[in-house]
Design a protein around this ligand. Structure first.
Ligand code: DX5
Ligand code: ZN
Length: 217
């Protein structure tokens, strides 16, 4: 299982986004948190910033939409240059249709679950997805403490993916750091989002290398 490290620019300096994106050139994807002040109590950025980031870095963009009505807005993020678009199942009216639309537009389609949302009702949807995101904090803010209570769900999701023989990536996001990444990897995650653990470090590129080594161990 190849390990991927996706730094979250939510913890970067938004006035220097181009430099911050280039500071983690060894990253697999750049994780872009889109928040609308409705689905979560925080507001970040929209398609114009994604378009600018696309021009500023060669690292592909992993857009995590924490917004209401992703059925309406997600396609705009593919058009803005996202290589992967994640919508929350709690917000999507028609998740299968939306995943198919994202794929048809040429991006990877991903679905996210908040910590209290179970995976079991969505087992039959997994073949429609390129990635499943298990949130390991309540979405909305960087720098929160990792919720251990999500580990059994990561494990069960990995079992479902393997049971169906799917290529689906299993992403974790929230509180992923040097002290929690090994537990996530052991539970079966293979794509790791890290905001404060990367951009809060003196050397973000070195932080990415260390997290990768730990996840692979
Ligand atoms: C939280 C966001 C995360 C956030 C993670 O709602 O989805 O991507 O940036 O930040 P850390 O790694 O600091 O928990
Ligand atoms: Zn995120």
């Amino acid at each position: 299982m190849a390990v991927q490290i996706n730094p979250s620019i939510l913890s970067a300096d938004f006035a220097r986004l181009a430099d911050e994106a280039r500071a983690v050139s060894g990253a697999d994807w750049l994780h872009v948190d889109v928040m609308d002040n409705h689905f979560v109590p925080n507001l970040t950025l929209g398609p114009p910033v994604v378009e600018s980031l696309r021009r500023a870095t060669d690292t592909p963009l992993d857009c995590h939409l924490m917004i209401e009505d992703p059925d309406r807005w997600a396609p705009g993020y593919v058009e803005a240059g996202a290589g992967s678009v994640t919508f929350h199942v709690e917000a999507a009216a028609a998740p299968v249709r939306l995943a198919r639309e994202i794929r048809a537009l040429g991006a990877r389609a991903a679905m996210a679950l908040k910590p209290a949302t179970p995976i079991e009702p969505y087992e039959d949807l997994l073949p429609e997805l390129d990635m499943l995101l298990v949130m390991t904090v309540e979405p909305g803010f960087g720098g929160q403490q990792f919720l251990d209570v999500t580990l059994p769900k990561i494990r069960r999701t990995r079992q479902l993916i393997d049971k169906h023989g799917l290529e689906l990536w299993l992403q974790v996001d929230g509180g992923v750091s040097a002290s929690t990444i090994e537990r996530c990897a052991e539970a079966g995650a293979d794509v790791f989002v890290a905001g404060s653990a990367v951009y809060g470090a003196d050397d973000p590129a070195e932080a990415v290398r260390r997290l990768r080594a730990q996840a692979q161990a």
